[in-house]
Write a protein that binds this ligand. Structure first.
Ligand code: ZN
Length: 318
């Protein structure tokens, strides 16, 4: 029997409200859910139960001080934490726990062999969040928490993260920059032009992790040709050298030409071939074990089209 693709999407992620005019808004998930429903892709997926991450799982990545600060800020009714970018409401702490925990559910089901791979449409997103502070709409480092869980709970020793969000995943990189167990590959708009201003090629990891950080900054205007070259000459060879046992995609869809937040030029279809290439890489060494986790993507139509291309490829890959 062919295993299904798992899907995490739930109303609990709509409770993280960011206020009028904020690009990282609940409507993003509403649009994704509608598109997956209308295309028939949603019902072909196995809907995964949501769960909250435990304190212990989160504290493998974040400090107690930060987690307490995040909880207290939400309980108090603060409107943001650490910067105006990271808008919060009273339900945001719970939403963040649900987001991080539901990614762990996807991890568990892939490891157990009950699904083939999974797409986690969660929010708040995670890849900018540092150990000790929120950044760029991100409240908990969902993907880093999942990678840490694979190492600690599932006793893997090599996990790869590919972050194709147009913004450099500074948080994920910094959390693992001195670890040889987690390869962090980032494709993003060049830091001289695009938030958050990190992710230069010269950032390659530290100490034991030297060489386990790969940054591929792309100039404004880059599209399929530049991304394909980056995959073929840098990302895929590095994955093949590393031989990951599990691959996690930090799947932002904001390198799309229609996205309002960055000057890159991918099309909705681009997310199909990029998904295909990563599935092939996961098949070579990781037994096909791959999950993807939503990060950015702010034009609702571009986002939902791109997610459909991504999910269709997750389902169709042989
Ligand atoms: Zn982004």
């Amino acid at each position: 029997m062919t295993l299904q693709t798992g899907l995490v999407i739930d109303e609990v992620f709509l409770k993280h409200r960011t206020g009028p005019g904020h690009p990282e808004r609940p409507e993003r998930l509403v649009a994704i859910n509608r598109a997956l429903g209308e295309s028939g892709l949603g019902e072909k997926c196995k809907r995964l139960p949501i769960r909250k991450a435990s304190q212990e799982q989160i504290l493998r990545v974040h400090t107690t001080k930060y987690l307490d600060r995040l909880r207290d800020a939400c309980v108090r009714g603060d409107q943001h934490i650490d910067s105006h970018d990271s808008a919060i409401c009273q339900d945001s702490y719970d939403s963040a726990l649900w987001a991080a925990g539901s990614v762990l559910e996807a991890v568990d089901q892939v490891i157990a062999g009950s699904i083939r791979n999974a797409f986690c449409a969660v929010r708040p997103p995670g890849h900018h969040c540092e150990r000790t502070e929120s950044m760029g709409f991100c409240l908990l480092a969902n993907v880093a928490i999942a990678a840490r869980y694979l190492l600690d709970h599932h006793a893997l020793s090599r996990v790869a993260i590919v972050d194709w969000d147009v913004h450099h995943g500074n948080g994920t990189q910094h959390i693992f920059e001195d670890s040889a167990e987690v390869l962090v590959c980032n494709l993003h708009g060049h830091p001289d032009h695009v938030y958050p201003g990190t992710g230069y090629e010269s950032e390659r990891g530290k100490g034991d992790g030297k060489g386990a950080t790969l940054n591929v900054p792309l100039m404004p205007g880059s599209g399929d040709d530049e991304y394909l070259r980056a995959f073929e000459t840098q990302i895929l060879p590095r994955l093949d050298d590393f031989k990951p046992e599990f691959l996690i995609v930090s799947a932002g869809f904001d390198a799309h030409a229609r996205d309002p937040l960055a000057p890159l030029e991918l099309q909705s279809e681009s997310y199909s071939w990029m998904t295909q290439r990563l599935l092939e890489a996961a098949s070579r060494d990781a037994g096909g074990r791959l999950i993807s986790v939503l990060e950015g993507g702010y034009d609702l139509q571009a986002l939902s089209e791109s997610v459909c291309h991504h999910v269709r490829r997750l389902q169709d890959h042989e």
